[in-house]
Ligand binder design. Structure first.
Ligand SMILES: Cc1ncc(COP(=O)(O)O)c(C=O)c1O
Length: 387
């Protein structure tokens, strides 16, 4: 497990280094946008996939017997969530599950509440399904984001707003919502009949004492009024070769989900995805501990380097490998900030404005990369800011 190893992502059509993301003249930029890691997948995953390749036959398959037990065991052991296997459905990916939830349990024109700045694909899913984005902005106070529960109460009370897309933990601000915060979300949403769709793809990367709480683990009522999206994509860096899971405790909603999966024929299994996910959940814990420690050290490096740099401050993350950097004191427009970071610092990071207007003046930096490269990028930033 050598996370210092430099691997050329351009040997495959990786999005992070592709011109679709970095632009036509971006090949020399520090590619730190797309939310994946630049590290090899866990050895257990690579071995399992190699073994599967050697088998050599790739006809139709059902799920391997060990996959769902590996997932439920993982949730119980690491997150104290007793997950009923009967509630788990397979999904091609998390975004697909969010889209199906939106289309099944809201009507065209209904509002879906999001809490920006938040993962940009939430907006696309809502709009492309002809629903309305309803914003309950997070509140930034002394460098820490919190939820606006009064705002949520007001919006949830409007019968047109039927669903909340919750990002737990939250991309891009790095909050790992506490049990108390999630309980308040549940109380408000249950009171007003707003269904909570909880995207928990960033569950496993948390720092220090911060602990991810699965929304549905709050209790039976929260489980009944929620749909949870799970995936090992981020935790084990297998986004291109895994699928996802939808947890639906409510039997009527689960049946509806199953029928929709069937109608859309998204219920086929990919052999590599099955093998990779099972190996990750069954045998990936040591690797995950190691990668979390490496990311925490990268975070410490950023914290140290930014401490004395005027014009940028770090929003201290509680989880995820994504850092939310506050450049607002530079007073640049979003385009000018992007141009400054690209042209002066050589940074290809994600524009804060992509996460909603609340992200103007911010940028999202992915630190799941070899430390030496991160250190060089921080040197470049320091030079740009002080030069
Ligand atoms: C919060 C969040 N949800 C979903 C995704 C994408 O999930 P998937 O690739 O399974 O659709 C991402 C990827 O960045 C994400 O950050």
């Amino acid at each position: 497990m050598n996370f210092d190893l430099e691997i050329n992502r351009r040997e495959v059509p990786a999005l992070k280094t592709h011109k679709m993301v970095l632009g036509d003249d971006g090949e020399n930029l520090f590619a730190a946008g797309v939310a994946d890691m630049d590290f090899l997948a866990p050895p257990a995953v690579l071995q399992a996939m190699q073994k599967r390749l050697q088998h050599g036959v790739f006809g139709y398959e059902t799920l391997p017997d060990g996959l769902i037990p590996a997932l439920t065991h993982w949730q119980e052991k690491h997150h104290r969530w007793l997950l009923d296997p009967a509630h788990i459905l397979r999904a091609p990916n998390v975004l697909n599950a969010l889209a199906i939830a939106a289309s099944l349990f809201t009507e065209a024109g209904d509002g879906i509440i999001v809490q920006p700045p938040v993962f940009f694909d939430f907006y696309d899913i809502i709009r492309e399904n002809h629903r309305e984005v309803v914003e309950n902005s997070l509140i930034l106070n002394q460098g820490r984001y919190r939820m606006d529960f009064d705002g949520l109460e007001r919006l949830a009370a409007n019968p047109r707003n039927r669903m909340l897309f919750l990002c737990n933990p939250h991309n891009p601000v790095g909050r790992v919502w506490t049990r108390g915060e999630l309980q308040r979300i549940h109380d408000i949403c249950a009171r007003h009949g707003v269904l909570v769709v909880s995207d928990e793809i960033h569950a496993d990367i948390t720092f220090g004492d911060h602990r991810y709480t699965p929304f549905a683990s709050l209790g039976a009522a929260a489980a009944q009024n929620s749909i949870t999206c799970l995936s090992p994509a981020k935790s084990f860096n297998i986004a291109a070769c895994c699928s996802a899971f939808t947890v639906v405790a409510n039997p009527d909603k689960r049946r509806a989900f199953q029928m929709e999966n069937s109608r859309l024929t998204v219920n086929k299994n990919n052999a590599y995805a099955s093998v990779a996910m099972e190996a990750a959940y069954r045998d990936g814990a040591d690797w995950l501990d190691a990668v979390r420690a490496y990311i925490a050290d990268n975070l410490a490096l950023v914290r140290k380097r930014l401490a004395n740099l005027e014009g940028v401050s770090l929003i201290e993350p509680e989880g995820t490998f994504l850092l939310w950097l506050d450049f607002r004191s530079l007073n640049l427009t979003p385009d000018d900030l992007t141009a400054f970071l690209r042209n002066q610092a050589g940074w290809g990071v994600t524009r804060g404005i992509a996460f909603g207007d609340q992200g103007a003046g911010f940028a999202r930096l992915n630190i799941a990369c070899p430390r030496a490269r991160l250190a060089r990028a921080l040197d470049q930033l320091a030079q740009a800011m002080t030069g």
